[in-house]
Ligand binder design. Structure first.
Ligand SMILES: Nc1nc2c(ncn2[C@@H]2O[C@H](COP(=O)(O)OP(=O)(O)OP(=O)(O)O)[C@@H](O)[C@H]2O)c(=O)[nH]1
Ligand SMILES: [Mg+2]
Length: 317
């Protein structure tokens, strides 16, 4: 599987290792990945993509694991992408995920993959979206994307999902305040996990009060669960299904995907332009020289930008 054609063929035959290879190529921003995907894009969009986000250690993987079991019992093929914010294949979080989900390791109907953010420089959502497409083509009915809900790149990842579940824990208090800027807004359904611990009910109440203040047509429900004991999972899953039904009304689902596609395309444009600029900056653009001129007030940044754009876009063709 060295060429896009051979990998594409293996993928069409349903070969598991073709999926793994495709995701690896996407992670390395290898153009072959995108060739395979663009030729098959029309056949994607079938899987249900569930985002599972929340603070570190809130129980996202434990919950994902419980969901996998549930979906497998229904005969579904399940894909999991665990996006690790710091270290690609070593760090505790991913190792923990691997160990925890180990029982599924031999299940051919479950495909678990972790993606590192190192070296992506904003390309994480590009690689993650590609991984989702790969798992979709592989025939996964449900794809769960686990991210630590901390920053903008995670928010970008969550945008791609059909439903985003935020996993909170008791006693977050101030943290809820900190998290809510940006990250909280993308939650469609909230769970307070670890409800066997003190303060869970209060956290759920605070969350509801906060969500009451600021929501659109959909007021995200808040369910209390204990992932380790699979308690409250029926209610959590029902909440997800309720959101899906709500979203299916009118053209909401279309609109949601439209917004996500638009965001994705603009992001791709941005990184392509940046990449092009950084490739040609030394020789053609002479960024440092422009900066020196601006520093000496011999040039202003706006004219410099016009010069840069003129060079970039004339060099494109
Ligand atoms: N008491 C209690 N502990 C739980 C519950 N759910 C998960 N845990 C524990 O919380 C710890 C973290 O769980 P994970 O599932 O790894 O959490 P995570 O959010 O995936 O963590 P990261 O991926 O590292 O951000 C583990 O020790 C779990 O056993 C729960 O409902 N109650
Ligand atoms: Mg985890």
């Amino acid at each position: 599987m060295k060429t896009a054609q051979s990998l594409g063929l293996a993928l069409d035959q349903g070969q598991r290792r073709a999926v793994a290879r495709l995701i690896t190529w996407a992670e390395r921003n290898d153009p072959r990945a995108y060739q395979v995907l663009s030729e098959r894009y029309a056949n994607t969009g079938r899987a249900f993509v569930l985002g599972v986000s929340g603070p570190p250690g809130s129980g996202k993987s434990t919950l994902t694991d419980a969901f996998i079991r549930r979906l497998r019992a229904q005969g579904q093929r399940v894909g999991v992408i665990a996006v690790d914010p710091t270290s690609p294949f070593t760090g505790g979080a991913v190792l923990g995920d691997r160990v925890r989900m180990n029982e599924h390791a031999t299940d051919r109907e479950v495909f678990i993959r972790s993606m590192g953010t190192r070296g992506h420089l904003g390309g994480l959502s590009k690689a993650t979206s590609a991984a989702i497409l790969a798992l979709d083509l592989y025939g996964c009915d449900t794809i769960i994307v686990e991210t630590v809900g901390v920053g903008q790149s995670e928010v970008d990842v969550m945008r791609v999902c059909d439903c985003t579940l935020m996993v909170m824990v008791p006693g977050l208090g101030d943290e809820i305040q900190a998290i809510k800027a940006g990250v909280m807004e993308v939650g469609d359904v909230f769970v307070v996990n670890k409800s066997d611990l003190a303060g869970a009910r209060r956290t759920a109440r605070e969350l509801r009060a906060m969500l009451d203040l600021n929501h659109g047509e959909w007021r995200p429900p808040v369910e209390q669960i204990i992932a380790t004991q699979a308690e409250g999972l029926d209610a959590a899953w029902t909440a997800i299904e309720t959101f899906i039904s709500f979203n299916a009304e009118g053209n909401r689902a279309y609109q949601r995907r439209f917004e996500s596609v638009k965001h994705e395309l603009l992001g791709l444009m941005q990184s392509a332009i940046l990449e092009k600029a950084s490739q040609s900056q030394a020789h053609v653009l002479k960024i440092d020289e422009l900066c020196a001129q601006i520093t000496r007030r011999e040039l202003d940044p706006y004219s410099a930008l016009n010069q840069v754009l003129a060079i970039l876009f004339s060099a494109t063709r």
